[in-house]
Design a protein around this ligand. Structure first.
Ligand code: HEM
Length: 230
């Protein structure tokens, strides 16, 4: 049996890979959120950031492909482990633990599925340009893709804003549990680390929630404006 087969066939191996892909996605979100915060620095900085990525395919494409593989493996393992979890028959000794594990896995599957639905909507919006095509193809004075105007016009629409707000609330629930599970799977969940792990997970989700919604909220409140309105 190959190393790959052994990892994917043992339930512990799959849990490790699940934790590893989850941890990579936690890192991706921090990087993505930091990039989005550039919208606070104005149109030039934000469009320059988008332009840099688009004109460096040697950076963008490995990142995109790596991210896609990470998402696919994470989702595949979530489904396979959840099926296994649901199939586990509770016995007299392990009943409480099994019920608890099943509830947690159902809750993670629900918030995870909603996150995936949100991701598809989000890619249709900002990467493919199907949700608001009228703001998608503009260019700025320097002939760069005008992602600043696309972003501002997007979040001026209260329906778009509320859809992202709801998605972020759901994401917080998924990440709150997910960020703690990574430590648990790695076996770092001894009682003395509990406070530290909870503190980390709370800090992480707060940064993600505030960091992602800061720009959109300032746009909705008309604090962040288009270049012509400043
Ligand atoms: C309020 C929250 C968010 C905002 C405002 C936002 C904004 C954006 C924008 C403007 C882009 C396009 C960038 C460009 O064209 O250069 C983008 C791309 C993307 N976002 Fe988000 N994002 C948010 C949350 C998320 C979350 C939670 C995820 C993952 C679960 C995510 C995953 C992605 C991915 C995978 C891409 C495509 C990157 C690529 O084109 O390769 N985003 N986002």
């Amino acid at each position: 049996m190959s190393f790959k087969q052994r990892i994917f066939q043992s339930s512990l191996g799959r849990k490790y890979v699940m934790a590893l892909t989850g941890a990579l996605l936690l890192l991706f979100l921090i990087a993505h959120m930091t990039g989005n915060l550039l919208v606070l620095s104005g149109p030039d900085a934000f469009n320059a950031y988008g332009h840099y990525l688009k004109t460096h395919p040697q950076l963008l494409w490995p990142m995109r492909i790596g991210l896609l593989i990470t998402f696919v493996v994470h989702i595949y393992l979530a489904i396979s482990l959840s099926i296994e979890n649901n199939a586990a028959r509770p016995n007299a000794y392990a009943f409480k633990n099994t019920v608890q594990a099943t509830l947690t896995s159902r809750y993670m599957m629900l918030t995870g599925t909603l996150t995936l639905a949100y991701l598809i909507y989000h890619l249709l919006h900002f990467t493919i340009g199907v949700v608001q095509p009228q703001y998608f193809s503009g260019v700025d004075g320097e002939n760069r893709h005008d992602i600043y105007t696309m972003f501002v016009m997007g979040f001026r629409n209260p329906i778009v804003y509320v859809s992202y707000l709801i998605a972020q609330i759901n994401l917080v629930f998924h990440l709150k549990h997910g960020s703690r599970s990574v430590f648990q799977t790695m076996g770092w969940n001894q009682a003395r680390f509990k406070g530290l792990i909870n503190g980390f997970s709370l800090t992480y989700v707060t940064i993600i929630f505030v960091g992602f919604l800061l720009g959109p909220t300032l746009i909705l409140l008309n604090v962040i404006k288009l270049p012509g309105e400043m």
